[in-house]
Design a protein around this ligand. Structure first.
Ligand SMILES: Cc1cc2nc3c(=O)[nH]c(=O)nc-3n(C[C@H](O)[C@H](O)[C@H](O)COP(=O)(O)OP(=O)(O)OC[C@H]3O[C@@H](n4cnc5c(N)ncnc54)[C@H](O)[C@@H]3O)c2cc1C
Length: 333
């Protein structure tokens, strides 16, 4: 089995930039991502939302930033393993060298270094507490967003009272025939400006305090049952799609069993090197924790610079820091 220099676990923005930096500085790199798509939270949670605090872009959408990062990484041809969640990392010594065997249910990779960029971990959605909702998951009931175009001219029900639900309402309303925003409390928890815009949207109906209790339909969703909270009254409304804005439960999943020092759902690192407690294992991005940590894309990109410099000198101790990319004599492909 070939040995790669670095295996990056998680292909959100930070893992993707990690692939670019590792390859740019001459390290052979494999990226393993549990979702079938690259891009992490940018792609899965807020593809259409504009981001204003990534250097060099004014108001770039999550999807477009993900696309830029993917294109940049693909210039350097890292090996990609998609749709497979890394379950274990196992240390082994070969020819006196410490390596890790990184395993998904179907793939094994041997690697000198591991860079963990799993962000908030597996995206485990808070499940809609409605009868028969599970029958339509991925084709009518959505926890991860399909393309916005899917909702054109459709009747869409959005569940939730926080920013996620409000954001989806504002993103979907301009395309949809009608949007019903259902929340079990009378007050929303999101930003005032979003609430104001939703009240102004001509095709959005706010249903509070209501709960989604049942979904009707065979191949496709036909209707949703909405029960008024505290009152024995249920309305049945015709609907095509249901979007959950109930959010996700942070869960590191298998990462918890790898022997890393954890702080809640994060991995403790030394911020001067991004090294974890395990030799040859580094972490960056949302999952990495140290005093003063700020969970932003910009922070994660900076952490990648530190991590890749350290990884490069861990693999070849004669190398220190990182040369400016403008001074590189050859750019790997
Ligand atoms: C609604 C919303 C708005 C936001 N707005 C902003 C903003 O304006 N500015 C900003 O800077 N930040 C913003 N953020 C935060 C930003 O998205 C995160 O800081 C960023 O996504 C972290 O990137 P990451 O690569 O560390 O992790 P993630 O984006 O979480 O990616 C981690 C990847 O690892 C994968 N993974 C997890 N476990 C495994 C495993 N065992 N094996 C293989 N793969 C695995 C996941 O599937 C995922 O693709 C926002 C977040 C949300 C939810």
């Amino acid at each position: 089995m070939d040995v790669v220099d670095v295996t990056i676990i998680g292909a959100g923005p930070v893992g993707l930039f990690g692939a670019t930096m590792a390859r740019l500085h001459g390290l052979s790199t494999t990226v393993m991502e549990s979702l079938p798509e690259l891009g992490g939270q940018l792609y899965a949670l807020y593809p259409e939302k504009p981001i204003y605090d990534v250097a060099g872009f004014y108001g770039i959408s999550g999807k477009d930033l993900a696309q830029q990062l993917i294109e940049q990484a693909q210039h350097f041809s890292p090996q990609l393993v998609l749709g497979e969640s890394v379950q274990t990392i196992t240390p082994l010594t070969l020819g006196g060298e410490l390596l890790y065997e990184v395993a998904t249910p179907t793939t094994r990779v041997r690697s000198r270094v591991i860079l963990i960029t799993v962000g908030i971990g597996a995206f485990i959605p808070r499940v809609l507490p409605a009868e028969r909702a599970e029958l339509f998951e991925g084709h009518g009931v959505y926890y991860l967003m399909p393309s916005l175009e899917h909702f054109r001219d459709r009747r869409v029900l959005i569940v939730g009272g926080g920013d996620t639900a409000l954001d989806w309402t504002l993103a979907i309303a301009p395309l949809a025939q009608e949007v019903l925003l259902v929340h079990r409390r009378s007050q929303f928890r999101g930003q005032d400006e979003s609430i104001r815009l939703i009240h102004e949207a001509p095709n959005v109906t706010i249903k509070t305090p209501f709960e989604l209790t049942r979904v009707d339909g065979a191949q496709e969703i036909q209707a949703a049952h909405l029960k008024q909270v505290g009152v024995d009254r249920t309305e049945v409304v015709p609907i095509n799609d249901i979007v959950s804005g109930l959010g996700f439960l942070p869960s590191l999943g298998p990462v918890k069993n790898w022997g890393l020092t954890l702080a809640g759902q994060s991995i403790v690192v030394d911020p001067s090197s991004m090294a974890t407690n395990l030799q040859g294992v580094y972490a960056a991005g949302d999952v990495a924790q140290y005093p003063g940590k700020v969970k932003l894309i910009a922070t994660g990109f900076g952490e990648i610079g530190i991590a890749v410099a350290q990884i490069r000198s861990y693999i070849d101790p004669s190398k220190h820091g990182l040369p400016h990319s403008t001074n590189l004599k050859t750019i790997p492909r």
